[in-house]
Each structure stands twice: as C-alpha cells, then as structure tokens.
Design a protein. Structure first.
Length: 189
C-alpha cells in the first residue's frame, strides 16, 4: 500500500491482460532504498536474468547529471487486485477503504518514498492525488494512527500532508521497525 501511495505504479497493457508493478527512484541518494524495495520482489516477480534499468541524464539548463533506477515486474494476476483498488480509467486514486488498508509498514514505505523532514515535523508529498484523496489520507493518519497533521501547499500550490512535531515520537514508534537506516533522516533520527 505504501509503495503505491508513493513512487510505485501498476500498469496493465490491455483490459484482459495481467498487471505489472513499476517502481523507480530518481536519485542515487536513495540507491540503498531502491535495492531494498527491489529485493522484496526479486527473484519471484521477475523473468530469469532480469536486470533493472539504470538511466543517466544531463539537465541542459543546470548541466547536472542525474542517475535513476527502475524496475518492472512480470505481468502477473497478483497485481490485478492492486490495479483495481488504486486505479479508475487509468488514473491513480486513493481507495475509499484506505483506512483499513494502510498499516504501519505501509505508512513506513510511503514516508520512505515521499516523506521529507520539515523543521521538527514531516511533509508527505501527495501531489498526484485529488483534494478528496488528500483529505482521505490525512483523516486516516489522524483517526487510525492518532497523528496530528494538516495540509500544506508548496510554492506551486501542490499539497503535502504535514505531520506536526507533537506526533513525531508516535510516528517514529510506528514506522521505525520497517525503515532502513539510510532513511532515518526523514524521521529526524
């Protein structure tokens, strides 16, 4: 659940075909985290001798080089469920029953994907979701996990869920067992 709220995607090439999971990280800073996620799926969900994709790009304006990593699983029936739960006419959305679906481990992966330390609190980017989806996520964090949070907007008026510093200890207790050490900085640890 957390990977799909974050950087993961489910694709289906045809209405009658099976779905596949697609995941990537666009920074070498998160390379260890990418391998952590990749190894959860490897080798069971890949064809024999599968190699994940690496890409190097140079930004023409800043002249900086960027390195990204991505993988795509085989098309399998097990991914159809997640496609049906998270997509409507090809558009990703937050399921109406996210309250039941989101667990501490899902929350941990969502934060490792889209969380960022902000002062004494934490932002979770939710740019790709509708206002209703963002509200549903915020209320789940408040009601299910008891976290004090609100919606903040960046300079481009894109939403982020902010978890207040008063809830950071509770949040850390919930998600730390599922974090890899390289991502602790997102929790201020």
């Amino acid at each position: 659940m957390g990977l799909l709220l974050g950087d993961g995607h489910i694709a289906r090439r045809s209405p009658t075909g099976n779905s596949r999971f697609i995941y990537g990280q666009s920074s070498t800073v998160h390379e260890k985290y990418f391998y952590y996620v990749y190894n959860m799926f490897f080798p069971l969900f890949f064809v024999k001798d599968y190699k994940f994709q690496t890409r190097y790009e140079k930004n023409k304006i800043s002249n900086k080089e960027y390195h990204s990593l991505a993988f795509t699983t085989m098309q399998l029936p097990c991914f159809n469920y997640y496609r049906d739960v998270f997509y409507n006419n090809g558009v990703k959305f937050v399921p109406l029953n996210i309250y039941e679906l989101l667990t501490p481990i899902g929350l941990a992966f969502w934060i490792m994907d889209d969380g960022s330390k902000q002062g004494s609190g934490l932002h979770i980017s939710v740019y790709g979701f509708s206002k209703e989806d963002v509200d549903r996520l915020m209320f789940t964090l408040q009601d299910k996990f008891g976290l004090k949070c609100s919606i903040h907007y960046n300079r481009d008026f894109k939403p982020r869920i902010y978890i207040f510093k008063e809830s950071m200890t509770d949040l850390s207790h919930l998600v730390k067992p599922y974090f890899i050490q390289e991502m602790f900085y997102k929790l201020g640890i």
